[in-house]
Design a protein around this ligand. Structure first.
Ligand code: S3P
Length: 172
């Protein structure tokens, strides 16, 4: 079951480590569309890193900025947007994406995600914690929301180019 792509912004959602930024950048290149990374846009707008925003102002403040930045990116022009892992769990942000974009849930098992994030882990939700424990917990709480995306694609096996091909096939 999938919605055909009609030129609306393609919005990648899913857990940390699933490949939203890398896959999104490559997908945009294949479609000759602009690419935007919501976390980078938030950092540029705030002049602070995601970690600094969490530390200084807290997660609710970050979620609010995330919603505004994604709202601004959803300007009706075709593009590919990578979101941070919590964006689609926020009711307002999710509704914005569902109404104005084509959401694609990229998924992989918590085991695989934990291996991927272990290498370069500065994310505030993972600091000082066991990634597998955190990601297993986040998956159980967030998967019901991610599942609301009309398109589901696995990045379990990789490589990224295969995931891009699977998305292109799914969006028809
Ligand atoms: C978060 C994921 C991060 C970033 C922030 C919070 C989350 O983005 O937005 O650290 O709540 O899952 P990535 O999914 O790109 O790591």
């Amino acid at each position: 079951s999938h919605s055909p792509w009609t030129g609306r912004p393609i919005v990648l959602v899913g857990l940390m480590g699933v490949g939203k930024s890398t896959v999104g950048r490559r997908l945009a290149a294949r479609l000759s569309l602009p690419f935007a990374d919501a976390d980078h846009e938030i950092e540029a707008a705030a002049g602070l890193s995601v970690t600094e925003i969490f530390d200084r102002f807290g997660e609710p403040y970050f979620r609010d900025g995330e919603r505004r930045v994604i709202g601004r990116l959803m300007d009706g022009t075709p593009k590919v947007i990578a979101t941070g892992g919590g964006a689609f769990v926020n009711d307002e942000t999710r509704n914005l994406i569902l109404e104005q974009g084509l959401a694609v849930w990229l998924n992989a098992s918590p085991d695989v995600l934990a291996e991927r994030v272990r290498r370069r882990d500065t994310r505030p939700l993972l600091r000082g914690r066991d990634p597998k424990t955190v990601l297993t917990d986040l998956a159980s709480r967030r998967d019901p929301y991610y599942a609301l995306a009309p398109i589901h694609v696995s990045s379990q096996r990789g490589p990224h180019e295969a995931t891009v091909n699977a998305i292109l096939k799914a969006i028809g």
